[in-house]
Design a protein around this ligand. Structure first.
Ligand code: 5AD
Ligand code: SF4
Length: 354
């Protein structure tokens, strides 16, 4: 296809492009860039939602602290290790441990211990990604030393004013603090991931173009981004917003692949909410990571950051089976037993050692 203009104006133009054939050409070109730079395999990360307890109150999120209709849970160590063992035996290369944000010392130590035990039970084979919110840098370091090697922390929006609109002004939600945490993670040596929500109230195409350029400018190694979905028990759920639109998320993935050919990009669950094959479509538009849910069925329904989350009645084996079937029908190959680390991260290490 013609050269894709990746200036801010060019990105805005693509985000607002409605011509079906031009959009298809953009997505196809992103797939080709992925194939050329990092290959076409998809890597899986089994997702374990450790706990829905959260000290924060993000205005969009269904498990925000102020939502009293959520039954709060915390998996026992045994439940987590069972799930990890399942993932390992099922030939998954990596796990993601995700939870709401908590910072108590007891909690920090619990996570450290879990990471160590998962490493131990899998002979060091399972790669571990953490997604546990903002923490002090010495906590990030402790978890890194315990064996976690990737961390996801979304900036949510690269625009500080928009960030301020979608978070409460209670002194606990700061864009600068979030950015510092992301940079701390990079400094410590994590493969660092960030991301944004797409199609939020107040968000413009310029904001989304800036989000893509922000990811490029900070040299992020991994990205997970997806459509914003209303949750009725949240302050933002009451605001008017247009219907979520998968195509906008696919264009974001495709443009990011053009900007950053060698990073890992996730096809996120939120994409699957608005289209049964949303994740597979994202793979065809340049994404290369999927995070199948491994959380035990009993608590899945309590981890609804947005409504209509798919698969809440399923168990880990069913989620895995459905996904494999979907990928197979689309001819998409899975990288079993492989970590599937970000090639962009490997490149950055090589640069440092030169
Ligand atoms: N819609 C889409 N994504 C959401 N997240 C939280 N709430 C929503 C929502 N209503 C995303 C945020 C957060 C991640 C854990 O889930 O980007 O970082
Ligand atoms: Fe907590 Fe994360 Fe939800 Fe914010 S988005 S309320 S930090 S779980």
């Amino acid at each position: 296809m013609e050269n894709v203009d990746l200036s801010k104006e060019g990105l805005v133009g693509w985000l607002e492009e409605n011509d079906e054939q031009r959009v298809k050409a953009l997505l196809d070109s992103a797939y080709n860039i992925k194939a050329k730079n990092i290959g076409t395999k998809v890597f899986l990360r089994g997702l374990i939602e450790l706990s829905n307890k959260c000290s924060k109150n993000c205005c969009y999120c269904g498990i925000r602290n102020a939502n009293k209709s959520v039954a709060r849970y915390e998996l026992s160590e045994e439940q987590v290790l069972d799930a990890a063992l399942f993932a390992w035996k099922a030939n998954y290369g990596s796990l993601v441990l995700q939870a709401g944000e908590r910072t108590s010392l007891a909690y920090v130590k619990k996570v450290t211990h879990l990471v160590q035990q998962i490493k131990h039970l899998s002979n060091g084979e399972l790669g571990i990604t953490l997604s546990l919110g903002e923490q002090e840098s010495d906590v990030y370091k402790e978890w890194f030393d315990a064996g976690a090697h990737r961390y996801l922390l979304r900036i949510e929006s690269s625009n500080p004013d928009l960030f301020a609109k979608i978070h409460p002004r209670d002194g606990h939600h700061s864009w600068e603090r979030r950015l510092k945490a992301i940079l701390d993670l990079k400094d410590i040596g994590y493969q660092t991931g960030t991301g944004v929500m797409i199609g939020m109230p107040y968000q413009t195409s310029e904001d989304l173009a800036d989000d893509l350029l922000f990811m490029k400018n900070i040299g992020i190694h991994m990205v997970g981004m997806g459509p914003y979905l209303k949750h009725s028990q949240t302050p933002m759920g009451e605001l008017y917003n247009e219907e979520p639109n998968l195509e906008l998320s696919l264009k974001m993935v495709a443009l990011l692949r053009h900007l950053m050919p060698r990073i890992n990009i996730a096809a996120t669950t939120a994409m699957q909410v608005i289209d049964k094959y949303g994740r597979e479509k994202a793979i065809m538009a340049g994404a290369n990571i999927i995070m199948p849910n491994m959380t035990i069925t009993e608590v899945r329904k309590e981890y609804q950051i947005y409504e209509n989350k798919p698969g809440i009645e399923d168990d880990a084996a069913i989620s895995k089976g459905k996904l494999e079937e979907n990928l197979r029908t689309q001819g998409i190959e899975i990288g079993w037993m492989e970590w599937g680390d970000s090639k962009a991260f490997g490149d950055s290490l090589q640069m440092k050692n030169k």
